[in-house]
Design a protein around this ligand. Structure first.
Ligand code: F6R
Length: 613
């Protein structure tokens, strides 16, 4: 996820607007920054790896001036963070500059064609190809806009782009497909940006651009078109007027897109992040390569910290059920427990959202030194984990700002489930049609998570806010999801929550249960015997809440002290069960935190990325 901005003004220097816009967009991406300004007869481009503040001071951006320009904050998706991969990118002539947010799926074939046609591509990004595409279409077009439209029509995937052309110094072209884009309407200037916060310091009059729309802004006009199968259709000026909105939000509210906290925004984003993980990985040859290594390896070690470790537990369970391979889960900071036994022929699946967690990197280095191969699963391109791994699987969940991992947990599970299925295919345990039918089910996970989020948001909090302690019990898959649910309740709601295998709870933990003690059960279809454990707790006076999916029946009657919450799933498929179940607990933790007056984005004593031992 990157942030883009494009500005053109009648008679004022646009550099301060771009600088401020970059600061406002930094939350969308934070590994590289750049800008392009039309100045004199050409383009001035400054770009570098690093954060916005260092960029602005290093290049003395306040000394630049111009009437038209672009800005970009990058969150790498194609090519690691580097000066050359930072946006804006240009064509061969250096007269077209582009900034982009999104992923171009057909970049590989476009690159081959462009190179054959003599274009010199200097970065590893998909974005640069768009600048060359426009250049390539120019000889066949009667105007720059026509070349722009022809280039955009050749793109597959998602994009919000802004383009300037040094030969048309008062215009910013734009296009949108599945990536956000807005136009801010000013007095003597207009702005194109990925997000409302980038505009709010300059204007509050906003026009939301829709998928398939493209056009241009000058300082005084907006021209909008819709790209349809029948060709380009102009959007009438009077229709544009009707779409203009006046935004009252503060900049901070706008960064959260109207949500009071990033945690809630990220929970609600899960349908999109899961879809992006699925679509970004399902056809990626890297996944097949990783799967063949998993299948052919001697030992499979799965490691990570916190939520990432919890996702790894689910991966190991699926590995044992589908390709029937046993793996060893090890908490990263405890890697020494298995270190001596690891060596050549072994594979380590190291999971880390940030890719920078000290403990995980230490474990990776230790295992690697002993000859094991490393498959890193991370959300951050160019992170230390991605650099130290032999193979990298990217989660593609978009940046996660809230300290508590939410959307990246479900994306980790999705990418690891895909790895499981391809491992089964590799080993001949499943044939291609069996894998395809499971993939089809997984491709609908985003809809399942969306329904679960909606139901959980509308659900009342079941756990008394005064509770100091609770158990979260499960069997099979449920016991693994319970680990993550308990972590969320602890770190965000500040309630002591202990997860335990439900069957094991009678071997000790049940001693704490007395009248009114709150106990959650996460009941999954692989373990209907959990009924007996519910009865044990009920008999001791516990207040019980059972969270399950609607795809199977549990023989427990709801009553005063036993609540049953059913999450919509619709079919009995173990690979899909985490998606309807975990949002309930993410939202529960969030709601309790807010009701108690805490800030769920900044739980005490915790940091988003733990880079210490
Ligand atoms: C919990 C949480 C942490 C992280 C852990 C690992 O909500 O966010 O437990 O999961 O610090 O972080 P990564 O995945 O970046 O290695």
């Amino acid at each position: 996820m990157c942030g883009i901005i494009g500005v053109c003004a009648l008679n004022r220097n646009i550099t301060p607007m771009i600088s401020l816009g970059l600061r406002r967009l930094e939350y969308r991406g934070y590994d590289s920054v750049g800008l392009a300004i039309i100045s004199g007869d050409g383009l001035v481009i400054r770009k570098a790896k690093g954060d916005v503040d260092s960029f602005l001071s290093r290049f003395k951006v306040e000394e630049l001036s111009g009437l038209t320009g672009l800005g970009h904050t990058r969150w790498a998706t194609h090519g690691p963070p580097s000066d050359v991969n930072a946006h804006p990118h240009t064509d061969c002539s250096g007269r077209i500059a582009i900034v982009h947010n999104g992923v171009i799926r057909n970049w590989n074939s476009l690159k081959r064609v462009l190179e054959l046609r003599g274009h010199r591509i200097v970065s590893e990004t998909d974005t640069e190809l768009i600048a060359h595409l426009i250049e390539d279409e120019t000889p066949f077009s009667s105007s720059f806009f026509e070349a722009f439209v022809r280039a955009v029509s050749r793109l597959e995937g998602s994009y919000a782009i802004a383009v300037v052309n040094a030969d048309e110094p008062n215009r910013v072209y734009f296009a949108r497909m599945k990536s956000p884009l807005v136009v801010g309407l000013g007095d003597g200037f207009n702005i194109v940006a990925s997000d409302i916060p980038a505009l709010l310091d300059s204007t509050r009059r906003i026009l939301l651009i829709e998928d398939g729309e493209l056009g241009w802004v000058t300082p005084t006009e907006v021209k909008l078109f819709k790209l349809t199968e029948l060709g380009l259709v102009s959007v009438e000026d009077k229709d544009l007027e009707l779409r203009v909105r006046v935004v009252e939000w503060s900049v901070e509210e706008a960064s959260k897109q109207g949500y009071p906290y990033f945690m809630l925004k990220e929970i609600v984003e899960q349908p999109y992040s899961i879809k992006s993980t699925y679509e970004g990985n399902v056809e990626d040859p890297t996944l097949r390569l990783a799967a063949s290594l998993v299948w052919s390896s001697r030992n499979i070690i799965v490691t990570g910290a916190g939520t990432s470790y919890h996702a790894g537990l689910i991966f190991s369970y699926y590995l044992s059920r589908i390709p029937r391979r046993i793996s060893h889960n090890i908490i990263a900071s405890e890697y020494k427990l298995v270190e001596e036994a690891v060596g050549e022929g072994d594979i380590v699946i190291a999971i880390s959202q940030s890719g920078e967690t000290y403990d995980t990197l230490e474990a990776v280095r230790a295992f690697k030194a002993r000859g094991a191969r490393i498959v890193g699963v991370t959300n951050v391109i160019g992170s230390a984990l991605s650099r130290e791994s032999d193979i990298v699987i990217y989660m593609r969940a978009g940046p996660e700002i809230g300290v508590a991992a939410t959307k990246t947990y479900t994306s980790q599970i999705m990418s690891l489930t895909l790895l499981t299925l391809f491992t089964a295919l590799e080993g001949g345990v499943l044939d291609y049609s069996e894998v395809r039918s499971k993939l089809e089910k997984l491709s609908g996970a985003h809809e399942i998570v969306a329904r679960a989020i909606e139901k959980s948001l509308n659900h009342e909090i079941d756990l008394s806010l005064e509770s100091k302690s609770t158990y979260i019990l499960g069997r099979g898959l449920g016991s693994l999801i319970a680990r993550e649910a308990a972590l969320k309740i602890k770190e965000i709601a500040y309630i002591h929550a202990e997860s335990y295998p439900a069957g094991e709870s009678k071997h000790g933990p049940i001693a704490l249960v007395e009248k009114g003690f709150p106990v959650y059960f996460i009941a999954t279809s692989d373990s209907p015997e959990i009924e007996g454990n519910v009865m044990e707790m009920k008999a001791r006076g516990a207040r019980v809440v059972v969270v399950k999916t609607d795809s199977w029946n549990l023989d427990v009657e709801p009553e005063d002290t036993v609540k049953i919450i059913e999450m919509p799933l619709g079919e009995n498929e173990i690979l899909l069960e985490p998606y309807p179940l975990i949002p309930y607990f993410q939202i529960l933790a969030y709601k309790i935190s807010v009701a108690k007056g805490h800030n769920p984005d900044k739980p005490r004593n915790l940091a988003k990325t733990v880079t210490v031992e």
